[in-house]
Design a protein around this ligand. Structure first.
Ligand code: GUN
Length: 297
């Protein structure tokens, strides 16, 4: 039910559906190479430790590869693995001509320097777009592999024809994974971007100025309905596993969806919004990396 005087929701941004359409077009592209007798694109996934959420994400990524004709290989290590062991597998994958994309699932155990591991990935195989080279190219506005979640958000906005140019975008969160890169991508599309975080003063007032509000702060339901400008487009990147009243599991975002949907014109659900887009963009980056490499055989 819409709150009187506010804009009722017109549309839920269906990431599940849009991701399925991206996968369908990727599948057509890989089929063309298969018909020519070329090898399939390859993604190598590295998982260290036993974080259950990471294991679920990685399984989803591997399953999605299969759906679109990308070969995947899985390299699993116990939480006790050493930095040297992880660097050794990354180096081996960098040199493997059948591997086009390399993904090291984050977070890594605390004793491993994640920045150094990500930096060891060959830039042309950086399917996650998180290496210093990819970040530098993004910062400079040059062509390169883009981080998957921010790329997925832009794809979703474009799919639903959400105008970006000249709009006021507010990003809540400043991570390398989402906050910083989505701010750069929105700025590259001529939005006026404000980056906020958990310690920003008057966060509610800043959010209320946003035509496009991206919540990537990592705090469950922190963004309240009253912080949403009526008619805004709200993108929720948060994923928080929670228990529902009957003891089952439920997933919440960084946005208090029930309130925000009463004011937003467009809003992503959690789950089924940004999450599926992240995986679709990983597949797209892997195929792009394959196409950019000259040793397809
Ligand atoms: N952990 C949470 N999201 C991501 C992601 O997009 N890539 C990697 N490598 N790890 C993650």
């Amino acid at each position: 039910m819409a709150v009187p005087g506010t804009t009722p929701v017109e549309q839920i941004l269906n990431g599940k559906e849009v991701a399925a359409s991206v996968r369908a077009s990727l599948k057509e592209r890989t089929a063309v190479y298969a018909q020519k007798g070329l090898r399939a694109p390859g993604l190598a996934v590295v998982l260290v430790g036993d974080d259950p959420a990471s294991a679920i994400y990685v399984q989803g990524k591997i399953k999605a590869c299969k759906q679109v004709g990308i070969e995947s290989s899985f390299h699993q290590f116990p939480a006790s693995a050493t930095f040297e062991e992880i660097i050794a597998v990354v180096t081996m994958l960098n040199n493997d001509k059948n591997v086009d994309g390399i993904l090291v699932q984050l977070p890594l155990p605390k004793h491993i320097d994640s920045d150094a591991v990500v930096a060891a990935i060959a830039p042309e195989k950086d399917a996650d777009g998180l290496s210093p080279v990819s970040m530098g190219l993004l910062m400079a506005g040059k062509k390169g592999l883009r981080p998957c979640t921010p790329a997925g958000i832009i794809h979703l906005l474009d799919f639903y024809k959400v105008p970006i140019e000249g709009k006021r975008a507010v990003v809540v969160g400043r991570s390398n994974l989402v906050g910083k890169p989505i701010a750069l991508l929105l700025m590259a599309r001529n939005a006026t971007v404000t980056i906020c975080h958990s310690r920003t003063k008057d966060l509610d007032k800043l959010c209320a100025e946003a035509d496009i509000l991206v919540a990537a702060v990592g705090q469950k339901e922190m963004i309240k309905g009253s912080w949403v400008k009526p008619g805004a487009c709200v993108i929720d990147v948060g994923i928080h596993h929670d228990k529902n009243e009957s003891g089952g599991s439920k997933i919440a975002g960084d946005v208090l969806f029930a309130e925000a949907k009463e004011r937003a014109a467009l809003i992503t659900p959690v789950p089924g919004g940004v999450g599926p887009m992240t995986i679709a963009m990983l597949l797209a980056n892997t195929l792009t990396a394959y196409e950019m490499r000259s040793n397809i055989e």
